[in-house]
Design a binder for this molecule. Structure first.
Ligand code: ADP
Length: 714
């Protein structure tokens, strides 16, 4: 424990209650609301009162009880049965907790607490090494190979070319300042390019109501859930992860769970409150100061971690060289895993009892590892579980083995990270460690969960995924039906656009189409099929296949609009397509949430020729807007777009089986034929798409099943 100097110390409900009571002596605003949720016999720890302080820090706990140990999965059911009585008890207590929680959040709002400054511990034997700056990412290399058909070869290789940043001056000199976020005046949060729209500007008016109609409560399954992600819409978003982090927690909260999202603070966001909590974490050679901000929206606590590492990133969340990104994620995971101890939401910290962390992608895959290394191995947080969600296995946090020096773990943890594969050789792999350590693993569709187990789809991690197959579950993402709903879409209320529903589809959608054609400067032609693409410009998304199909497409009397940012060569491809065919094609290079909504509403057909697609959200949004998807049948696209069957008038769109331009053309050709010649069939597809239940409710219930399985797994 010498290396654990200032670990969080509150354990289970007695400790939590005690910490609340003690903390109240120094923090008048803290409202003690936690009640015991488990029987005393469940406790594995006792308070060491000698180390209790009178400030806001939690009391130190001496581990005296059992360590959690792994059991054969066959025993899980038995364990679950054995715990029925505990479950029943928890059910009553948790229901009470929800009621109390709702009352508290209505009445107290946010509570500000000044925690005592404390330097975070470092493992004494973890020495910083100056690391090789070379990138070894076989996944990217392989994607690179795939891109050879793209005319311009300007592979985005910034990771390889940047130099190592020199360590800054020691931030420990002088006390950390307690200044308001709103005081930040370095202008770093301005948009970096005029093509890049501020998501905040568009979506700052997020409704902050808690009178949302609730689906059935989770009942005995109710838990405290902390979702940790590198991005979260509407504040930060580069892709589907941001959408999921913004929407899934709300669906979980509606089921009665107490839910928090922890995300870095990249900008000067409106409406956040400074919690007054300050912490300091060791990241390599540097001690980094962190502040916690928060807000409460739609039943969810959103906690933002501010530190200099996240500032200045603008829309380039994953920018910088490999080491920069790694250090940011180390800091983020260290700060996030302590949130349940230090950041009171609605007056009360979440604590460790009945708690599940949901980490997302490699960026936060260190969190399950830290939970184990810093806590579980030391007899702490025994009742806390971690779930790791795979949104995209192609990005893994790979680097040379020396990168282990950055992550501040005991030496024997290296084996969790060390991976050999024929492409990358022996390397350091963060996703690998997270997958092995997390209690459960979720991925974003059933199709992708199957693909991950293959050598083609697992990107070198398939063996680990197969070995841990028992804990993997595929759950298809839902959509935020407030955000992506043509009936109430805020981006369709001006510039000639209009909201529409299934009932007004035949007038509303053509109006949106005309408005889109007008906005883009295309000829306003109602009977000409308008085809769209929205997404990251990356070989994964098959954008190059659309490029290869352009000669055929422009011969079809159609219009095409493409919106995206990403690889410079593909951005250039979009510009060239527009320049060559100005009367038919628009290539909008930029990130614009407003345009994404307007394109989704205005186009007739959405192309998604992704080479692989873990879930895909745009096809779901499209179907909800009466827009017909044409997709490569892979991953989540195969799961969610049943192919149109003209004999039975069933299905939701067109699919093709190989990521090839010829196949895309064939599917699109059939789609265009149906658009022109078989209007009834077309409208049937639209109707079926719009009447699906695409909400997060089902997915939230499935996630809940995973939480419960993890909770009773020892
Ligand atoms: P991925 O997460 O692989 O990028 P998804 O289909 O899961 O793909 O999610 C992409 C999300 O990002 C969608 O919400 C989509 O509308 C959005 N998006 C992608 N590119 C852009 C862009 N250029 N402008 C606005 N939104 C975009």
């Amino acid at each position: 424990m010498s290396s654990m100097g200032s670990m969080p110390f509150v354990v289970d409900h007695i400790a939590i209650e005690r910490s609340v009571v003690l903390s109240n002596q120094g923090c008048r605003n803290l409202v003690p609301l936690f009640r015991p949720r488990k029987s005393v016999t469940d406790l594995a720890f006792v308070c060491d009162s000698s180390s209790v302080t009178s400030g806001c820090r939690a009391p130190r706990i001496k581990a005296t009880g059992e360590n959690s140990s792994n059991v054969d999965t066959n025993d899980v059911t038995q364990v679950t049965i054995d715990k029925t009585s505990r479950k029943n008890f928890a059910m009553k207590a948790d229901k009470q907790q929800i009621v109390e929680r709702r009352e508290t959040t209505k009445s107290t709002g946010s509570t500000l607490i000044n925690s005592e400054e404390e330097t975070d511990p470092a493992f004494s034997n973890a020495s910083y090494k100056l690391l090789s700056n070379s990138s070894i990412d076989p996944v990217e290399d392989e994607l690179d190979d795939l891109s050879q058909s793209v005319t311009t070869k300007l592979y985005d290789d910034e990771k390889k070319n940047k130099t190592v940043d020199l360590p800054p001056d020691n931030p420990l000199d002088g006390e950390p300042e307690s200044k308001s976020l709103l005081d930040a005046s370095n202008g770093a949060y301005e948009k970096s390019e005029d093509i890049t729209e501020s998501i905040l500007d568009e979506e700052a008016d997020v409704p902050a109501s808690d009178d949302v109609e609730s689906p059935p409560l989770a009942g005995p399954n109710v838990m405290n859930v902390i979702l940790v992600a590198a991005e979260c819409a509407p504040w930060s978003k580069t892709g589907g992860l941001g959408d999921v982090a913004g929407a899934l927690p709300k669906a979980l909260a509606q089921r009665g769970h107490r839910v928090m999202v922890v995300v870095p603070l990249y900008g000067n966001y409106d409406g956040l409150q400074d919690t007054g909590i300050r912490r300091r974490y060791k990241v390599g050679w540097e001690d980094v100061d962190v502040d916690y901000f928060q807000t409460y929206i739609d039943g969810v606590d959103f906690v933002f971690i501010r530190c200099h590492m996240f500032n200045n990133l603008g829309s380039n969340i994953y920018g910088g060289n490999r080491e920069d990104i790694l250090r940011r994620m180390v800091l983020f995971c260290k700060a996030a895993v302590e949130v349940p101890w230090y950041v009171p939401c609605g007056g009360v910290c979440y604590g460790d009892g009945n708690l599940v962390f949901v980490a997302n992608d490699w960026h936060t895959a260190l969190l399950p590892v830290y939970l184990k290394a810093y806590y579980r191995d030391n007899g702490l947080m025994s009742y806390t579980r971690s779930i790791l969600v795979i949104h995209n296995i192609a990005h893994q946090g790979r680097g040379p083995v020396d990168d282990f020096g950055h992550v501040d773990l005991p030496p024997h943890y290296l084996d969790l990270f060390r991976l050999y594969d024929p492409v990358g050789g022996e390397h350091f792999n963060i996703f690998a460690a997270g997958l092995k350590t997390a209690d459960r693993v979720v991925t974003v569709s059933q199709g992708y969960s199957w693909e991950l187990k293959t050598s083609e789809g697992g990107w070198g991690l398939h063996n680990i995924i197969n070995e841990n197959g028992w804990k993997l579950k595929g759950i298809v993402n839902g959509i935020d039906t407030k955000e992506w709903n043509p009936e109430v879409d805020a981006h369709l209320t001006s510039d000639g656009y209009t909201n529409y529903s299934l009932e007004t589809l035949n007038t509303g959608k053509p109006q949106c189409k005309a408005a889109l054609q007008k906005e883009l400067g295309l000829p306003i032609l109602d009977d000409v099929p308008l085809i769209g693409f929205i997404g990251r410009l990356d070989v994964q998304k098959g954008v190059d296949l659309i490029g290869q199909s352009v000669p055929w497409i422009v011969d079809q009397d159609v219009q095409l609009v493409m919106l995206g940012t990403g690889r410079p060569d593909l951005e250039q491809m979009l510009r060239e397509m527009e320049n060559r065919h100005p009367d038919k094609i628009r290539g909008w290079v930029g990130f614009s949430v407003k345009m994404a909504h307007r394109i989704t509403a205005g186009v007739d057909i959405l192309l998604m020729p992704s080479r692989f697609e873990p879930c895909g959200l745009n096809q779901l949004y499209a179907m909800n807007y009466g827009t017909i998807p044409v997709v490569h049948a892979v991953g989540g696209l195969r799961d969610t777009v049943q192919p149109f069957d003209p004999f039975h008038e069933s299905g939701l769109g067109w699919t093709f089986n190989r990521a090839e331009a010829g196949q895309l053309i064939h599917a699109l050709g059939n789609c265009l034929l149906t658009y022109r010649e078989y209007r009834q069939s077309w409208e049937g597809i639209q109707q079926r798409g719009m009447t699906q239940d695409l909400s997060w409710d089902n997915a939230a219930q499935n996630y809940e099943d995973v939480f419960v399985a993890a909770k009773y797994q020892w």
